[in-house]
Design a protein around this ligand. Structure first.
Ligand code: SF4
Length: 175
């Protein structure tokens, strides 16, 4: 599996696919990639370290994804992300997390306070009925303004971008 790549289009960045303990949610109907997991933290770190050592810092911007949420990565991997980003002079780091983890974002921001942290949430669509009864995303908010307000308050994101509502794609990011 290729776990390192470069995105050259808009918002050029390096991207790494790391491995964590596994998605705690696992109910999204379209998802099968949460099988990329391992309960052995040392094995995960060994793999993640090898992937992160490929990062060059060419864009000063790194996106870190895993088959789940950033909070499922082990501490040594998180520390190594910081180390690599400092060494390679990377200022911007992108992480993703399920809505279940919304109350942990502010601490993550403190832990990565040396960096400009961008968080992504897989909302998929503002159609709450479709999102919850078909896609089973586990985000029960039905009002977009309410959703924006509460997430901005809880997660301190600065800007909300809305993309085309395609299932199986992230449609919200706070950059
Ligand atoms: S939260 Fe992400 S990894 Fe977990 S089931 Fe949903 S899409 Fe898959």
């Amino acid at each position: 599996m290729e776990r390192y790549s470069i995105i050259n289009e808009k918002n050029s960045r390096e991207i790494v696919l790391l491995r964590g303990s596994g998605c705690v949610y696992k109910k999204c109907i379209f998802c099968d990639y949460y099988t990329d997991r391992c309960s052995d933290e040392d094995e995960n770190f060994r793999l993640n370290k090898a992937v992160l050592e490929k990062v060059t810092g060419i864009f000063g911007d790194l996106e870190v994804i895993n088959s789940g949420s950033v909070f499922e990565l082990d501490k040594k991997t998180l520390d190594f992300i910081k180390q690599v980003c400092k060494e390679k002079k990377i200022n911007t780091i992108h992480f993703e997390a399920h809505y279940l983890y919304r109350n942990k974002i502010s601490q993550l921001r403190k832990d990565f306070s040396d960096f400009d942290l961008k968080m992504k949430l897989g909302l998929e669509t503002f159609d709450c009925d479709f999102r919850e009864n078909v896609l089973k995303k586990g985000i029960k908010e039905s009002s977009p303004p309410f959703l924006q307000k509460i997430l901005r308050k809880l997660i301190s994101f600065s800007e909300l971008k809305v993309r085309q509502p395609k299932p199986c794609k992230r449609i919200l990011s706070w950059d």
